[in-house]
Design a protein around this ligand. Sequence first.
Ligand code: 5GP
Length: 172
Amino acid sequence: MLSAEQVAARVRELGAQIAHDYHGRKLVLVCVLKGSFIFMADLIRAIDGVPLRIEFLGVRSYGEGTQSTGVVQITHDLGRSVEDEDVLFVEDIVDTGLTIAHLLDLMRTRRPASVKVCALLHKPARRRIEVPIDYLGFTIEDKFVVGYGLDWGERYREVPYIAVVEHAELAH
Ligand code: 5GP
């Protein structure tokens, strides 16, 4: 669906935009595990001149298959407080929106100065809840995708491009 070169070019643009918007401030990037780890690694290297630190938030919203359950389980929480800090969520993909909506609610209880969302991919066709995506890489059609950190039953995260899984419903 998207070549490694297309993804890299877009990630550089997102990084530049974030660097521009947060100029003169400090930033906490919160990587939503596991799917966002490669995106996060490339993104932070594209954000020039903004002092930043990183945190990881582990969530499980899918089983081994491809259907959203709407249930979000925290498997790893932030290592440090983000109170009064500017937080930017780094998400691989916003599908129904349920995961990031839940994480935004959770984050607000931690009283950061601000919270924004950066997502590499968005599938608006499956939206079930309206969520603001402040920085978006690509809007994609309703296909189950893998690669660049995204898995299918824990496989294919290492694929350097974004690919479509045909007959993903057969994953169960
Ligand atoms: P949402 O709660 O927005 O429906 O789902 C968000 C999470 O579901 C993503 O962070 C990701 O882990 C998973 N997800 C949604 N769509 C896809 C997809 O096409 N491929 C993969 N590998 N994961 C997906």
